[in-house]
Design a protein around this ligand. Structure first.
Ligand code: BTN
Length: 276
């Protein structure tokens, strides 16, 4: 990613910037910084760790996140004061804001796939993953934020200008590949511009979660959600459930009506579509 000096100095208004050409994982680096920023008096984004590529990018469920050049990889260290918004809801809201920014900048419609994926959906209702979010709350370890504070690391990986992916990632795609497929146009998207706009929007909106009611946030999330009303398969660590995703509740949980009509709420899982 080419970040000009000019843009770098503009990014600094959002927080302390740590920029690497290559690093193991921005998430790992952000964890190391957590102690330093944990009890900062001011809320909002504290530090932003950005990498051009990652050698050990972390995904959910202990998976690796494929992180070659031409993508966008960053982790935000964030403090919330008195924030009672559940982690899943904050992750979904972050995803919604990112989807909006990408759509505005590229005209490519991007949706949320509960709980943390950013996807493009083709005419056959197949999901193609263009990004993912890895959220963690600091406090379960020896690092303890003040009781009235919530400190999080939000790791964001976006596939921007990559032109190929390994065979074991059949659902992965990039903005460039989507643009080639749908517009027959080879576009090189500007990672720095996307990063700048995302940070700008997150710093304006994410912290409004404390003021804005959860109901409003939830409505926005639901409008961007690709799964509500659809038949889905949800894979969890020890079981797989199938049914219709009927709602997302105020905790950010997915409400599923199973094939035998039972209504259950799910905290976590990996959703895939079933041919409708
Ligand atoms: C997922 O599994 O979908 C979440 C992927 C999150 C990847 C990002 S890239 C920036 C940050 N650093 C990491 O090592 N992981 C997250």
């Amino acid at each position: 990613m080419q970040l000009s000096g000019d843009l770098l100095s503009q990014l600094a208004k959002f927080g302390h910037i740590y920029l690497y050409d290559e690093v193991n994982s921005t998430q790992i680096q952000a964890r190391k910084l957590a102690k330093e920023f944990l009890n900062n008096e001011h809320d909002g984004i504290q530090a932003i760790v950005i990498a051009n590529q990652q050698s050990q990018g972390l995904g959910r469920f202990g998976r690796k996140w494929y992180s070659p050049e031409n993508g966008l990889y960053f982790s935000l260290l964030v403090n919330f004061a008195h924030n009672k918004t559940p982690l899943t809801l904050l992750t979904l809201y972050t995803g919604k804001i990112i989807a909006d920014v990408i759509e505005e900048l590229t005209s490519i419609p991007i949706y949320l796939k509960w709980p943390n994926d950013l996807v493009y959906i083709d005419n056959n209702y197949s999901f193609y993953k263009i990004g993912g979010i890895l959220s963690e709350t600091i406090g379960k370890t020896f690092l303890k934020p003040k009781p009235d504070k919530k400190t999080m690391i939000i790791g964001i990986g976006l596939n921007i200008n990559q032109t190929n992916f390994p065979d074991d990632l059949p659902e992965a795609t990039s903005l460039k590949l989507i643009s080639l497929k749908t517009k027959q146009k080879e576009t090189n998207f500007n990672q720095a511009e996307i990063l700048y706009k995302i940070l700008n929007r997150l710093s304006e909106s994410l912290f409004n979660c404390t003021n804005q009611s959860h109901t409003d946030i939830l409505q926005e999330i639901k409008r961007k959600s690709s799964v509500i009303g659809k038949r889905v398969k949800v894979s969890q660590r020890f079981k797989t459930l199938t049914g219709t995703a009927i709602d997302i509740d105020e905790q950010g949980r997915l409400i599923l009506r199973t094939e035998i009509g039972r209504i259950i709420s799910l905290d976590a899982g990996e959703v895939s579509s079933i041919r409708q």
